[in-house]
Design a protein around this ligand. Structure first.
Ligand SMILES: Nc1nc2c(c(=O)[nH]1)N[C@H]1C(S)=C(S)[C@@H](COP(=O)(O)O)O[C@H]1N2
Ligand SMILES: [Mo]
Length: 338
């Protein structure tokens, strides 16, 4: 039987699946020499497992992470179909735990989140340190149902639980020099196999870092999430605390944060360091600005169907949050500041 397959340049937007895009994204890392021809990912995890505090193949002292129920104010009802919890917690990007979508759930269950320290520092007059319990007690928790749009052209609808980043930043009293906010993920190679091995971690220079302009950080939509589906976050989604910026591509929503620093200059950000022509600092969801290697005009909404179910929808400017955030970019050329 002859199977006719189209060349990539013949594919219409609808033919390109996010799985292909994901392969393209890995292709970038491969071209930089980070992923070997025959990945050998699992072998390298196995080889480095002796240094790990738990066993990747099960039988660990903490086989499965325990999520706790949270007290929070429920979100108002929405028409939007939620992505099932099982998918939100099994289809992840968290390169510290491996590059495959299923790697974070598999490799992160032993992550120690207690004790935890999150510091707010830099250009502030009242630096703050939050311990694990403070993350859930310092601010009233509320549920927010947000769309999450990955740069790889898939999306989910997630009921997060958390609070506005603005509330935390206000308490720290930024000085007049504060113009940007820089975020940092935990750096702990003992716990994070991707930080021990450039192959497992995709060649990223860890810790993963992200940033926002101060006005973006202070926007009421910008959230620090400590939970989803009514419970504390599982490690694969960024326990115990992660950023959620719903109008930007998912890579801005940095996980497992230990540092928030108010700074004067635009801070470096992980994917921008890796490929500045492909991933900008702003990374606002924009159907009209293609990624150099794939279109952003549509996305696959992950809902109740199988993992490869066709559920193609049009991508909206600012991921549908334009009313709340378009004013932040009034006089900016969004094709230039992608
Ligand atoms: N520290 C860290 N944060 C991260 C990532 C990562 O690899 N490391 N991946 C980002 C990307 S690309 C996406 S799409 C989202 C995915 O969040 P989710 O797994 O909770 O859906 O996390 C973002 N935050
Ligand atoms: Mo992403």
């Amino acid at each position: 039987m002859l199977i006719k397959s189209k060349k990539s340049y013949q594919l219409t937007d609808n033919d390109v699946t996010d799985e292909q895009v994901y392969v393209n994204r890995r292709q970038l890392l491969k071209s930089m020499g980070y992923i070997g021809a025959g990945t050998l990912l699992s072998q390298s995890i196995a080889r480095s497992a002796s240094a790990a505090p738990f066993d990747f193949w099960g039988g660990s002292d903490q086989a499965s992470f325990t999520q706790q129920a949270l007290n929070y104010q429920k979100a108002p009802a929405t028409d939007e179909l939620l992505t099932p919890e099982a998918k939100v917690t099994s289809h992840n990007n968290f390169y510290e735990f491996g590059l495959d979508k299923s790697d974070p759930a598999r490799n992160s269950q032993g992550l120690k989140v207690k004790p935890w320290q999150l510091t707010v520092s830099g250009e502030v007059s009242k630096p703050i340190t939050l311990d694990y319990d403070d993350l859930f007690k310092k601010f009233p928790l509320e549920e927010r149902i947000y769309r999450l749009r990955c740069v790889e052209a898939w999306s989910m609808v997630v009921p997060w639980v958390g609070f506005s980043l603005a509330d935390l930043i206000k308490q720290a009293a930024p000085t007049s020099k504060a113009k940007y906010v820089a975020f940092e993920t935990l750096y702990d190679p003992e716990q994070m196999p991707g930080q021990r091995s450039r192959r497992i971690g995709g060649g990223i220079d860890y810790p993963y870092v992200e940033g926002l302009r101060l006005d973006e950080a202070m926007n009421p939509l910008t959230m620090l999430s400590v939970g989803l589906y009514g419970k504390t976050l599982p490690p694969q989604n960024g326990a115990p605390i992660r950023l959620v910026v719903p109008w930007k591509y998912g890579f801005k929503s940095i996980k497992s944060i230990v540092s928030i620093k108010l700074v004067e200059k635009m801070p470096p950000t992980t994917w921008n360091i890796l490929a500045p022509n492909e991933y900008g600092f702003y990374a606002n969801v924009n159907p009209d600005v293609s990624h150099p290697r794939w279109s952003q005009a549509s996305e696959r909404r992950i809902t109740t169907g199988g993992l490869f179910a066709r559920n193609r929808i049009a991508t909206l400017p600012f991921n549908g949050y334009g009313e709340e955030v378009a004013h932040l970019y009034k006089n900016m050329d969004l094709a230039r500041y992608y």
